[in-house]
Ligand binder design. Sequence first.
Ligand code: PLP
Length: 414
Amino acid sequence: MSIDGAVWHPFFQHGTEPEPPRAISTEGAFIETDRGRLLDAVSSWWVVTHGHNHPRIAQAIRETAGNLDQVIFAGLTHAPAEELAEALVGMAPEGLSHVFYSDSGSTAVEVALKMALGYWRHEGDGRHRIAVIEDSYHGDTIGTMSVGERGVFNAAYDPLMFAVDRLPFPSGDGAETLRAFEEMAASGRMAALIVEPLILGAGGMRMYGADVLRGMREICDRHDVLMIVDEVMTGWGRTGRLWACDNAGIAPDIMCTSKGLTGGVIPLAATLASRRIFDAHRSTDRRRTFYHSSSYTANPIACAAALAQVRLWQESPMQEVLDRLGDWQAERLAKLAADPRFENPRRWGTVAAIDMKVPEGGYLSEAGPRLRAHAMDRGVLLRPLGNTCYVMPPYCVTEADLDLAWDVIASFDL
Ligand code: PLP
């Protein structure tokens, strides 16, 4: 079937893009396609952590699927969801005590926003404004687009989006952002701040320091603003620690996780909330119920996959793995940074990014699709964000695999 068949692909311009290769099987850091093997240097949109088709996760899926499939989660419960919730609370930053399941990063964020607004309503406080950081990305639903950056991706839907209060990206020491946030928070109108911690992924792998994240937490504390941390991309080790929050030693009021939650095998998301948020909804008054669900909430097979993934964190030397990968990435990034055709090298843990110096930057820069095609022809799956190239591999990647990814970028004719 050609690309003009029935499938409408995501983030794919059917008017210009060549027919994509067809994936046939996956293993470790690689995707086997009908045109050859591809190194998955972007962890398939940042979801794959331990490697494709990890035997323990695959086994958990097989075992659960033979026994328990989808069951309604409103008024019914099951062991995979309960065990996973216990485990997540045990691993999450201090004080996050309750786990609400959904199916994707976007829904995890929607849930977080609803929890925050619900909290203030049930507290009898009229706060409802949300503070966001410039260039953020939190998903593609109407609510998550509203709290994300506005631009070419979502201009057509602008009439549907709600207003938020925007803060500048924390460049340098982040002082300007913190000053602006302090002023905003002091207005007494802010319900919550939502942030991608340390790395703004889709916004161009823009990175900022742990002290800025800590500063945001302090301001939230001073002015009683809820802090929502979107760990959908950063969670499960990407920044060199289990959670990006761990680098700053902070705990949010609400935290979103998805992508690596199941090791990138099957969709699942969780929004973790502190007791204060949960208790504001717990009542004899049914109007305070948290009215949110989706049909597949807490799918047992997905929960079992996530539990197997969590056990890998508990039983393997993951910190060593992350440190080693971080060092490998640092070496390769430093080498490319010496090439005058590139600028702004940056890294947090296992995620490394650099910009191509081209006359036209930004998301629609032609350099992006050209580099993607160049890499694909050489057996590497890259997905530059405009003129920003980044490498975010699964943790099972070898040094030789990494060389392949970075050599492909270095050999690109800008
Ligand atoms: N939040 C962040 C920080 C993300 O990077 C993404 C996706 O890339 C999302 C939310 C949305 O996740 P999903 O695509 O699973 O809806």
